[in-house]
Design a protein around this ligand. Structure first.
Ligand code: 8IG
Length: 264
């Protein structure tokens, strides 16, 4: 088996060649619902398909593979990942964190992770972006192996959260639970999550945050609440609702991300 960091290094070299950008400063991983926010970031100078880069697993749906864009934002160079791999796809934890490891190998010192999630905290409205303050792993799957006892006290950078709240003082914060899926939770599971202190629940972000932090990157994560979690409202969960909430919030989120990157 190839060493995961060597594989990330070769993917980073392929990105440098395809984009003609030797080093990127910041990387963004765009979750479902966030794709429309990308147009507010700027015009990409180059785009490369993940399937043409070493180490990225095949797309979940043929013809709907992810891609990576290079975008100049102020005096920063951003690497934008449109699409990610989730634990529930079954490609293993190394595939889930390959994108962020590639981003760090490409030079990124800051990693901004976005996702769509369910709201457990009833103070959140559908379509509201919420900063991740901390997480709870309900998968227990770590991207790290061996005696790497990485401290996670400030995993979600207090500095970046402060910066985001300076730009948008209405931003709330919350604790995100990582759920393997692909099935959503039962109402009883959501009730358990609320009792242990969770505000948001989704199927991504946590392994990527840990892997990026372990490599020394500064991490921010921001969740778009696209549905009330199971049992919260009595309504059933609906994937179309998720997509509609993302479209409605896209320009607000894109402007926030752009401002944040110019102030890094
Ligand atoms: I979008 O309610 C989205 N992703 N686990 N639960 C979990 N993941 C989600 C949810 C949700 N909504």
């Amino acid at each position: 088996m190839t060493d995961p960091l060597a594989l990330a290094q070769s993917a980073a070299e392929a990105i440098a060649k395809a984009t003609q950008v030797a080093q990127h400063d910041v990387a963004l991983v765009m979750g479902s619902g966030w794709a429309d926010a990308v147009s507010a970031l700027g015009t990409p100078s180059a785009e490369v398909a993940m399937k043409d880069l070493p180490g990225f697993p095949p797309p979940a749906v043929e013809g709907h593979g992810g891609n990576v864009q290079s975008i100049a934002i102020g005096d920063k160079r951003a690497l934008v990942f449109l699409g990610r791999t989730h634990l529930y796809e079954g490609h293993g934890i190394e595939a889930v964190v390959h994108g962020v490891r590639t981003a760090v190998a490409a030079g990124a010192k800051t990693i901004i992770l976005t996702n769509a999630c369910g709201g457990i905290n009833t103070e959140y409205r559908v379509g509201e972006p919420v900063l991740v303050r901390d997480h709870i792993s309900f998968t227990g799957v770590s991207p790290l192996a061996g005696a790497q006892f990485v401290d996670l006290t400030t995993l979600y950078s207090p500095r970046l959260r402060t910066l985001a709240k300076e730009i948008d003082p209405s931003l709330k914060e919350g604790v995100y639970v990582h759920w393997r899926g692909p099935a959503y939770e039962t109402p009883a599971e959501i009730n358990m999550m609320r009792i242990v202190g969770a505000d948001l629940v989704g199927m991504s972000t946590v392994p990527e945050a840990i892997a990026a932090h372990a490599l020394g990157a500064e991490v921010m994560a921001i969740s778009l609440v696209t549905n009330a979690a199971a049992g919260v409202t009595g309504e059933k969960l609906n994937h179309l609702e998720v997509i509609a909430a993302g479209k409605a919030a896209a320009s607000r989120m894109g402007i926030l991300l752009r401002e944040l990157i110019t102030k890094l």
